[in-house]
Design a protein. Structure first.
Length: 205
């Protein structure tokens, strides 16, 4: 059964089981309600997909093209627009997808933009080992040799070097829905999900 929804990561907390006394770490996601903007079909559009909107904003926050597209399907201005390939069961244009689509125990994968860590060296970015820290060593956290001198007189493409770390799309697989709160539109996902607090995430079942 294909499931999908957009949400905002609120942070992590713990859920206690009064019967066993066990503690479960969960991520709280404010998911939906997400209006169904468009339902695409293979016959007319070339592929099956459902387009969801999330995060209502003022008209001035969007371009005329975005407003026109949303207005065509009678959906108000929203900041985020995402397509879920393959479709979502029960999705109808003009209606909204809510957390009621999910149940406790459902297996999901969550995608989002990971936390950006800025410019980092090779030890943190690529898990390189450090050099010797004694006897006058000048190579403690340096990456070491990155290429030969005369031949090929350049650094090969793909070499692991210092640079920007994080801030890329990450998909976490094998997560489980621990519980839902229909009144407050909350999903409780067991474990950690990608992205910072208040980051937009995609939950797929």
């Amino acid at each position: 059964m294909a499931k999908g929804i957009l949400g905002r990561k609120l942070g992590m907390t713990q859920v206690f089981d009064p019967e066993t006394g066990g503690v479960t770490p969960v991520t709280v996601i404010e998911a939906g309600p997400c209006p169904v903007v468009q339902v695409k079909f293979a016959d007319s559009d070339g592929y099956d997909a459902v387009q969801l909107a999330f995060g209502a904003v003022a008209d001035r926050k969007l371009t005329k093209g975005q407003l026109g597209h949303l207005g065509k399907f009678k959906v108000g201005p929203h900041r985020k627009l995402v397509e879920f390939r393959g479709g979502i069961d029960g999705a109808v244009e003009g209606e909204a997808v809510t957390v009621e689509l999910f149940e406790a125990g459902d297996k999901v994968k969550v995608a989002g933009i990971g936390v950006g860590k800025g410019f980092q060296g090779t030890i943190k970015r690529h898990n390189f080992s450090s050099g010797p820290r004694s006897h006058g060593s000048h190579n403690v956290r340096a990456p070491g040799s990155v290429g030969a001198s005369a031949t090929p007189s350049r650094v090969f493409k793909g070499r692991k070097l210092p640079g920007l770390m994080g801030g890329k799309r990450v998909t976490q697989l094998g997560l489980t829905i621990h519980g839902i709160d229909v009144e407050r539109n909350l999903l409780l996902v067991k474990g950690a999900v990608p992205g910072p607090k208040n980051g937009i995430v995609e939950v797929r079942g």
